[in-house]
Design a protein around this ligand. Structure first.
Ligand code: NAI
Length: 723
């Protein structure tokens, strides 16, 4: 007899957790009202406590199944709004202890708990799963498991640092905790993170079966250990082996973060405490360190970026929402580095792509590049062979405009040459539908200049992608005064569809990202003019938190490209952004950076790998082989202030529409250190008045460079912050 009794009457319930009892199994479904994903806030936690009370009291309940009422999300983690409201490390520690004791109750509940995971199971959601008796996950691509806390500058605080290593082994656990990366279902099953993987259609039934078997004792109710390699077991089961693993983890984390991110080290400490001092001390350390990390400035900045990018996802990019047009077919002009990258990400999203270049050989090269990008996902088993083939079929090549007569959007990515860009625009407009939107991927040329040769300038805008397109998360959409709302809305919506954080900026030379990055790299060039050693300069900025130093970046971007950008910006902004002598001389010598095999660094190692500084380049620089020592702090300040000041000018001039966009753009487009939040957050953190004083000092030495942006001066005088 089936006895399914709907029962939502949990005392003090928020209504997020509904329960039905089926033949002695309580099926609890979490569905936080008014939210697309489930998060674990105080209200939900008290719902769980009420559920556990009920299960303890009602001895007819033999087991519990926990699932989600959301279509493609299990639990996305803690409620970050509540987390940011924490006022002190003690409050953070207390929050962690509350989470820990709730999950300890779950773990030791009279009736065993089965979690049925479909969709993302992150942070506190995974910690709850780890405390459960049995974990089932669906084989759906959206089903991923992770402890992403370090990405917000904190550590798992509800037992994750203690339970995960015991379940999957120390090294596998540290890898998950220190990177925060997503683990897909199949991998989760292999590594023992879950007990079973099923098709979504049978998830609930299987979960009920397993709950019954646990209740009957046909499945033992203790944590199953993952099957690990003999080498791992030997290494991790003795204190010396573990000490080695911890040492390596710490060294790896330091090398990666340059000591700028405390959370990975704290996570290692919490895990280690559990092994060295026993699990009670381990849990206590986890809570204490969670509280400490929650109060760090790094965490505040990372949480800001999380909120800022979440807000951008909902931002239509226009002052009033306008319905975007669907982009089903995309035409790309230029099958080079960027064009092929854009084609690949478009195909991944199911867009039909026509890739046009000047001759068949270049088209073929472009198609090969698309295939390489897509194949990489196949190699990493992120897509099946079938999916790979389906995506490849979407991309076709052409040397004329065949197949362009029904495109919805054109993205132009031909050489950075204004006359060429005008010509291809006019050619394309003769073929494409009159309502198609036309975007240029130029990194510097003002869009209005390109649009001036258009028959329909209101349909022309910029879609500035970053390289490599498949990896870089930013898209800068550039609107001219004539760009229509629907064109902007469509570019923004399509950019989001491609998985990008999209900022909309107003037109101008170099827009926002190229202009601020150029200011930064230019100052690095001036430092070379003064005789600073290349590697010293790069190291200083990497220590500051940039992923690579400015001179390495010049080599990567291409010295010829840098020189072209420099010329455009000098023409527009005058001496303030005039290129350094160092760059001009090295370009004149014919060096092009990595792509040409010679630049500031050596690339003669096998596979063109970057080697050390090419000492012969010094002979080309103004001070020759003579090197000057300048304090690291000055190297960092000059490059960073040049960038920050230019960002402020962009906001002052209306190129940027908000400080938020400026921060997101700098972090995700040009490598501004995430733990500093972005240029505007950095100014706020240092203090605007202080920044202005520093700028004035450097302006005194290097005028016309470093003249403080008016916006900064005004805000400093008014004592106003950006946030
Ligand atoms: P690329 O040199 O790799 O590709 C340009 C392609 O355009 C070549 O394949 C060339 O044959 C093709 N082309 C030339 N004339 C053509 C025509 N009439 N019709 C069709 N195709 C034609 O250059 P890359 O790096 O892909 O840059 C393209 C654009 O993207 C430039 O405007 C550049 O400023 C911009 N950009 C480049 C970034 C980078 O990191 N490489 C980043 C962001 C923007």
């Amino acid at each position: 007899m089936s006895a399914a009794a709907p029962d939502t009457s949990l005392p003090n319930g928020s209504g997020a957790l509904s329960v039905v009892i089926e033949n002695g199994i309580a099926v609890a479904t979490l569905d936080v009202a008014g939210a697309s994903v489930n998060t674990l806030g105080a209200a939900v936690m008290s719902d769980f406590a009420a559920l556990f009370d009920r299960v303890e009291r009602d001895t007819t309940i033999r087991a519990v199944v926990l699932m989600s009422g959301k279509t493609e999300n299990f639990i996305a983690g803690a409620d970050i709004e509540e987390f940011v409201a924490l006022g002190s490390a003690q409050d953070g520690e207390a929050l962690s202890r509350t989470g820990q004791s709730l999950l300890r109750r779950l773990e030791t509940l009279r009736a065993p708990v089965v979690v049925a995971i479909h969709g993302a199971c992150l942070g506190g959601g995974l910690e709850a799963a780890l405390a459960s008796a049995y974990r089932i996950v669906t084989d759906h691509p959206k089903s991923v498991l992770a402890l992403p806390e370090v990405q917000l500058g904190i550590i798992p605080g509800a037992g994750g640092t203690q339970r995960l290593p015991r379940l999957v082994g120390l090294r596998a656990a540290l890898d998950m905790i220190l990177t925060g990366r997503n683990v897909r279902s199949k991998k989760a099953l292999q590594m023992g993170l879950v007990d079973e993987m099923v098709h979504p259609a049978i998830l609930r039934d299987v979960a009920l079966d397993r709950a019954r078997q646990l209740a009957d004792g046909t499945i033992p109710r203790r944590q199953r250990r993952a099957s690990r390699s003999a080498a791992s077991v030997v290494l991790e089961s003795n204190p010396l082996g573990r000490a080695l693993v911890f040492r390596q983890a710490r060294a790896g984390a330091l090398a990666k973060t340059h000591g700028n991110y405390p959370a990975p080290l704290a996570a290692i400490d919490a895990v280690k405490a559990g092994f060295d001092l026993g699990s009670d001390r381990g849990y206590a350390e986890e809570s204490r360190l969670f509280g400490d990390m929650a109060m760090t400035d790094v965490s505040r900045q990372l949480v800001f970026l999380f909120f800022a990018t979440s807000a951008l996802k909902k931002d239509p990019g226009t002052p009033v929402p306008i319905a975007p047009r669907p982009v089903r077919k995309l035409g790309i002009l230029g099958a080079g580095f960027m064009g092929s990258g854009i084609a690949a990400v478009a195909a991944m999203q199911g867009t039909v792509v026509r890739l046009k270049d000047a001759d068949p050989a270049r088209v073929a090269k472009g198609l090969k590049a698309v295939s390489d990008v897509l194949r990489e996902r196949l190699t990493k088993k992120q897509v099946t062979h079938r999916q790979f083939e389906d995506q490849m079929v979407l991309v076709g090549g052409t040397t004329d405009y065949s197949g362009f007569s029904d495109v919805d959007l054109v993205i132009e990515a031909v050489f950075e040459d204004r006359a060429l860009k005008e010509r291809v625009l006019q050619e394309a407009e003769r073929v494409i539908p009159s309502d198609a939107i036309y975007a240029s991927n130029t990194s510097t040329i003002p869009i209005a200049r390109i649009a001036a040769s258009s028959m329909r300038p209101e349909q022309v805008l910029g879609m500035h992608f970053f390289s490599p397109v498949q990896k870089m998360p930013l898209l800068e959409v550039i609107m001219t005064p004539r760009t229509s709302g629907v064109a902007t809305a469509t570019a923004v919506a399509y950019g989001k569809q491609l998985g990008k954080h999209v900022i909309v900026v107003s037109d101008g030379p170099g827009f926002y990202t190229t202009r601020t990055l150029a200011a930064f790299m230019n100052e690095a060039g001036y430092l070379l003019d003064e005789g600073v050693a290349i590697d010293v300069l790069d190291r200083a900025l990497v220590e500051f938190g940039f992923p690579v130093g400015p001179i390495t970046l010049m080599d990567e971007v291409g010295l010829d490209v840098g020189a072209k950008v420099g010329a455009v910006l000098r023409e527009s902004f005058g001496a303030r952004l005039a290129p350094s002598q160092a760059l001009a001389r090295v370009v004149a010598s014919g060096r092009q950076g990595r792509k040409g095999g010679s630049g500031f660094y050596r690339y003669d190692a096998p596979g063109g790998r970057k080697g050390g500084v090419d000492e012969s380049v010094y002979a080309l620089l103004p001070t020759g082989v003579h090197r000057t020592e300048i304090p690291v702090l000055e190297l960092q300040q000059r490059c960073v202030l040049a960038m920050v000041n230019e960002a402020a000018r962009c906001l002052e001039e209306g190129v940027l529409h908000s400080a938020r966009d400026g921060d997101v753009g700098a972090v995700f487009g040009i490598g501004f250190p995430p733990f500093r939040g972005g240029p505007f957050r950095y100014v706020d953190a240092v203090g605007i008045a202080h920044i202005v004083r520093q700028l004035e000092v450097y302006h005194g030495r290097f005028a016309p460079r470093f003249e403080p942006a008016r916006l900064l001066v005004e805000r400093a005088a008014q004592g106003r912050r950006f946030y």
